[in-house]
Design a protein around this ligand. Structure first.
Ligand code: URA
Length: 205
């Protein structure tokens, strides 16, 4: 498994906005979207491209177009990253993975999984908070069972425990994250983290 931690001043700025407990949902959504542009750029660095001829106003030359990409947003926090992915990636197709976590064990309880065709696609799994790794590992497993083979997870914050689980259960998957944090509290929240991403995105705290 490969882990890439973003190292860019603007990404650090937007992550700090997300961490700040005083940030209200509207600004929080905007910072999540902006931070996700950096995650998307890094996650697509090795995206295969196909050559295609193009006519400039002056002459013919060789251009490029990107290969097939599918994004799978893990509900509901993954929705906070989706706008940037749709904005940047040409012809991206989107699937959704619905999972709730058991508050005592933090293990995932599946309630929905609907991907588009994943054959020969680069698959980006949008799971902002990689805490125990239960939800992400489940979503990756479902994507693989549906035909995905080239998978990158986009995360905002990860805990070492979650990273270790993905490394153990899906060593072929790449993770791109804005920060690798210290640990988890007794309720499986990441520390220092940013709290409950879904609640903060949608104002449900
Ligand atoms: N999910 C969240 O939204 N926040 C955490 O810290 C862990 C899981």
């Amino acid at each position: 498994m490969s882990l890439t931690v973003l190292d860019h001043p603007l990404a650090k700025h937007y992550l700090t906005v997300l961490r700040d407990k005083g940030t209200m949902p509207e600004e929080f959504r905007s910072a999540a979207r902006r931070l996700c542009y950096f995650l998307t750029l890094e996650a697509t660095r090795d995206l295969p491209v196909n050559e295609r001829p193009v006519e400039t106003p002056l002459e013919a030359t060789t251009g490029f177009e990107t290969s097939k990409v599918v994004a799978i947003a893990v509900l509901r926090a993954g929705l906070g990253l989706l706008d940037a992915v749709i904005d940047l990636i040409p012809y991206v197709k989107v699937g959704f993975a619905g999972v709730q976590r058991n508050e005592e064990t933090a293990e995932p309880i599946e309630y929905y999984f609907k991907p588009p065709d994943l054959e020969r696609a680069t698959v980006l799994v949008l799971e902002p908070m990689l805490a125990t790794g239960g939800s992400l590992s489940w979503a990756i497993g479902k994507a693989k069972a549906s035909g995905a083979s080239r998978i990158t997870a986009l995360c905002v914050v990860a805990a070492p425990k979650g990273v270790a689980r993905i490394e153990r259960e899906h060593p072929d998957v790449r993770i791109v994250v804005a920060a690798l944090d210290r640990d988890l509290n007794d309720h499986f929240y990441i520390r220092p983290g940013l709290g409950d991403m879904g609640d903060r995105l949608f104002g449900t705290t």
